[in-house]
Design a protein around this ligand. Structure first.
Ligand code: LLP
Length: 414
């Protein structure tokens, strides 16, 4: 079971740090995300110590979980932030990140976003298009800025061992620049007088099943920059996996070990997202109905694909556990949401205790790519988000549950 030191049972009740999950839900209702800040800090520190000998800059990838409270906690722990939109930069700055500790990545940055990032003084641009270089150079010039740090994103044409929807380094992907394009740019750096081509960036995929695509990618990157000593930084992206129940995934330490001989002579940037926040989070949902139909038992819950789309989008399997362990008899059930989609299934054919209407379930390992990917499809207000404070003894609302008014706030009738 993917429980951990923060998310655990005590007297048959699910706790997150020193807080009973049921106590939080009594106050805020369901569906609700709860994140353990102690666990996020623990995960951040584990990555920092695994890579310590390489003295990396760790930029937490805000796309995994952009809650201001999560961002602030990681910034306070020493992280920079990896952003993929001006919106994420805006949030990172609000959370207290210093602009120079922000990397701005993304395959399609708009001119307005580039302008915003330059005005704020963002530290790095991870660049994926030649035209993008022209834009950054021109806007920097207009603003009187120079020596803007650029990491060219390499598409190394390696296929990562992961779900095809989250592999990014293969030749057919939209991401990055080809090795040829990068070689060309590095040989013509003077064409972009206001830019400083200081780094190469790669991210071969998320939830990587082994380290080989990463090491292959780094080797290709090294070859490309060996004649360009001014390129002294390698940003190797994210991708460190978390266990959703699987046993045989490479650890953070295994990643550090595999890349060490390849990156020792470079400055190193990491962009972990999932490995910091996934197992710090749960999504709590309430059992609304039990339906016996077509030789199956459906547990119809108040959480759905609108709060949590990973099972529907990636066939992701997340363990689901009862918030109170009351009944040891179990049965195989389908956990489904109320949304009008056949694929609104949170878990298929899973053994769960025989439960009563009103009982709570927790979907585990949902801190990453959960709330950030939520929608309000079917006019469902977005869920509340709660954090357990760093001391483990207090909880705070990170985001209020949306209201019906929120659903129509930006709509115009006449
Ligand atoms: N850096 C870059 C350039 C990325 O594209 C990503 C993730 C990361 C860092 C962070 O990767 P992580 O450490 O979290 O693996 N929604 C999908 C995951 C999409 C990942 C996109 N890029 C999911 O739910 O699995």
């Amino acid at each position: 079971m993917t429980l951990n030191e923060s998310i655990h049972y005590q007297n048959k009740q699910l706790y997150i740090d020193n807080i009973a999950v049921s106590d939080v839900i009594t106050h805020v209702g369901s569906p609700t995300y709860i994140y353990s800040l102690p666990r996020a800090i623990h995960n951040y520190n584990r990555i920092a110590s695994a890579f310590e000998h390489l003295n990396p800059h760790i930029h937490y990838s805000a796309k995994a979980n952009g809650s201001l409270r999560v961002l602030k906690t990681l910034v306070d722990s020493g992280a920079g932030i990896d952003c993929v939109s001006a919106g994420e930069i805006f949030k990172a700055l609000k959370a207290g990140a210093s602009a120079r500790d922000i990397v701005f990545a993304g395959v399609g940055k708009t001119v307005n976003e580039i302008q915003f990032a330059l005005e704020q003084g963002v530290g790095w641009f991870n660049v994926e298009n030649i035209l993008e270089l022209d834009y950054i150079n021109q806007i920097a010039m207009n603003l009187g800025l120079s020596s803007i740090k650029i990491a060219l994103r390499l598409n190394p044409k390696v296929t990562a061992n992961t779900h095809p929807y989250i592999a990014t380094g293969h030749g057919g992907a939209k991401f990055g620049l080809t090795a040829q394009a990068i070689a060309h740019i590095l040989n013509h750096q003077e064409d972009w007088a206001n830019l400083n081509f200081a780094g190469l960036h790669l991210h071969v995929g998320s939830q990587l099943g082994d380290t080989s695509a990463t090491t292959k990618g780094i080797q290709i990157a090294r070859d490309l920059i060996k004649d360009h000593p001014s390129v002294d930084t390698l940003n190797i992206g994210g991708g460190i996996p978390v266990s959703y129940g699987e046993a045989d995934l490479p650890s953070v330490e295994a990643f550090a070990k595999a890349i060490t001989p390849l990156v020792e002579s470079y400055k190193l940037i990491l962009e972990p997202g999932r490995s910091i926040i996934a197992d710090a989070g749960i999504l709590v949902t309430c059992l609304l109905y039990i339906k016996q139909q077509a030789a199956q038992t459906f547990y119809i819950v108040d959480g759905s694909m609108t709060e949590f789309i990973r099972p529907m989008l990636y066939q992701a399997k997340h363990q689901i556990v009862p918030v109170k362990q009351t009944n040891s008899d179990s049965q195989v059930v389908q956990v489904v949401g109320p949304v009008c989609e056949t694929t609104d299934v949170l878990a298929k054919d899973v053994p769960l205790p025989i439960m009563q209407i009103g009982d709570m379930l927790a979907i585990l390992t949902t801190g990453a790519y959960g709330a950030v990917m939520a929608s309000s499809y079917n006019a469902r207000p977005r869920p509340a988000e709660i954090v357990i404070a760093e001391d483990g003894n207090n909880w705070h609302i990170a985001r209020k549950r949306e209201t019906y008014d929120d659903l129509i706030r930006d709509e115009l009738l006449d």
